[in-house]
Design a protein. Structure first.
Length: 205
């Protein structure tokens, strides 16, 4: 699988996944078997996407846990190195604000360095995500099919192009990185919205 080879070449310390792992349950086992080959130093963690809540949810959770991947559904994961730590908080079904509208970051401290992983960038705008230093999201596919990357007829966000792709900020000033993701939705077609792996380097001040 080309994706696995690329990830192994990048050799990340930590791999974070934003959900929507399938367009059909038949490939779930194979997908996580192959992703487990990446073996980052601090492991793999992820949240679920809307497709994963519609089908295959239990299978995906079971496969992730089988390979030691952390499932972050309104839970936090602590990455420690020497005397420093990063907390990765994950959101459960960010489209259901009735049940999940309280961010897991609210239980953390302002002095913590917190990465919030959520499938949709809208969550960072719709919900109080205080104590978050950086939010990571996907869901929009960068528009998937766009006109020269400038216009996308379909953007699955209440905020349109505002959270289409790249590095943005919420109204509260929280930086959000929205990835185009790897796969596609509905049609296996991309136009001027290429698949991508986002590499983030953190530096101590």
């Amino acid at each position: 699988m080309q994706l696995v080879r690329q990830l192994q070449t990048i050799n990340p310390d930590l791999m974070l996944m934003g959900g929507d792992y399938q367009e059909g349950c038949q490939y779930v086992t194979e997908l996580f078997d192959r992703l487990a080959e990446v073996q980052p130093k601090y492991g793999i963690a992820g949240v679920m996407g809307n497709n994963d809540y519609e089908r295959c949810h239990e299978e995906i959770v079971a496969e992730m846990r089988k390979h030691g991947m952390r499932v972050l559904e309104h839970t936090c994961d602590t990455i420690s190195k020497d005397n420093q730590r990063i907390i990765v908080a994950g959101v459960r079904n960010p489209f259901d604000l009735k049940h999940n509208g309280i961010s897991p970051t609210l239980a953390l401290k302002p002095e913590d360095f917190v990465i919030l992983l959520t499938h949709t960038p809208d969550y960072v705008e719709d919900v109080d995500v205080s104590n978050t230093d950086l939010a990571l999201a996907g869901h929009t596919h960068g528009g998937q099919v766009t006109l020269m990357g400038l216009y996308a007829p379909i953007v699955p966000s209440h905020y349109g192009r505002r959270f289409l792709k790249g590095k943005k900020k919420s109204s509260a000033g929280i930086p959000v990185i929205i990835t185009n993701g790897i796969g596609t939705s509905s049609k296996k077609l991309r136009m001027f919205a290429p698949s991508e792996i986002v590499v983030i380097e953190l530096h101590c001040k």
